[in-house]
Design a protein around this ligand. Structure first.
Ligand SMILES: C[S@@+](CC[C@H](N)C(=O)[O-])C[C@H]1O[C@@H](n2cnc3c(N)ncnc32)[C@H](O)[C@@H]1O
Length: 294
């Protein structure tokens, strides 16, 4: 039988042991925790570009209490694909805090910025434990302003000694489809599509500056109709992200059934209008997957 000394000095055996050791270590992309050696063990993770989500996930603090929040599954899917445990998710349109709730559930940290002080207050109460533990940090402010970018940077440094976020989430108002407040800096209050895009571009640039190189941004956006014409906000925002420096990785089309609350008669009226005026009713929105070059 070989002595342990003989075993460790045999170069072929050592190479084999190294190979065995490497095979036992997870093989990851570096931006998520998916072990590529066990890639068949993740059937719950989407890889297709069409997401049909039958209903909104409930529980774990999620609720449809805020008209205009996204279904938690968008956060679940994108956080698992584009972040690791412990990473910092930056959401510059926090709303009712879906990203923050999901970040806590999936053991990520979250910094959320929201213009409406009442929402910042509500999310702070809902996630009081995580805020006290330093897992969630909330700021009230205009995400299009350079001053807010500097405050976010200072907050990340103070809370976590980090100078950049690991994943960026942008779920802006779909222009004026839902008015979120009458604040002049609210993107749902912009006077025209051009003004909306100019403000969105400023947020995209701030997000770019605050994101670590090589990491991902997720934009959730839908189109709108105005003056008997479709306004392709999805494509326009994609262009704005490219102009800010991001590369396009994927355009996911997601159904919007999960967001609907008690339509019915009004749905029929819209169906009549669609047939009469030559358009299709929106049944989808986009989840744009972008990457900051490494
Ligand atoms: C579509 S909602 C986001 C919903 C969020 N994803 C959720 O699940 O609750 C857009 C949010 O952006 C906020 N908002 C609008 N303009 C803003 C700005 N300039 N800076 C920061 N937040 C803004 C609105 O108050 C609104 O809550």
């Amino acid at each position: 039988m070989e002595s342990p000394d003989a075993r460790s000095s045999d170069p072929r055996l050592m190479a084999k042991q190294r190979e065995q050791h490497n095979l036992e270590r997870p093989l990851t992309t570096g931006y998520n925790d998916i072990d590529l050696r066990r890639w068949k063990e993740y059937p719950h993770i989407e890889t297709g570009s069409l997401w049909t989500i039958p209903s909104r996930a409930r529980g774990d603090g999620h609720a449809l209490e805020y008209h205009g929040n996204f279904v938690p599954q968008i956060a679940t899917q994108t956080f698992l694909r584009f972040s690791r445990e412990g990473d910092v998710v930056l959401d510059l349109f926090l709303g009712s805090g879906t990203s923050a709730i999901e970040a806590v559930r999936l053991n990520r940290r979250c910094l959320g910025v929201e213009l409406r002080p009442d929402l910042v207050e509500q999310v702070g109460q809902k996630l009081a434990g995580a805020v006290a533990a330093g897992q969630v940090c909330l700021l009230q402010g205009d995400s299009a302003a350079e001053e807010t970018r500097d405050r976010v940077r200072a907050a990340m440094a103070a809370a976590w000694e980090k100078c950049a976020a690991d994943l960026l989430v942008l779920h802006p108002p779909y222009a004026d489809i839902i008015r979120f407040s009458d604040h002049p800096a609210d993107l749902s209050n912009t006077a025209s599509t051009e003004a909306f895009l100019a403000a969105f571009t400023r947020v995209a640039r701030n997000g770019y500056d605050l994101l670590a190189p090589g990491r991902f941004a997720v934009v959730v956006i839908g189109d709108k109709y105005a003056g008997s014409e479709l306004v392709p906000l999805g494509f326009l925002c994609l262009q704005a992200m490219n102009d800010a420096g991001f590369r396009t990785k994927s355009i996911v089309v997601k159904n919007i059934e999960g967001n609907e609350v008690g339509k019915g008669r009004s749905n029929n009226l819209w169906r009549y209008r669609a047939l009469k005026s030559g358009f299709y009713l929106f049944k989808h929105e986009y989840v744009l997957i972008m990457q900051k070059p490494g």
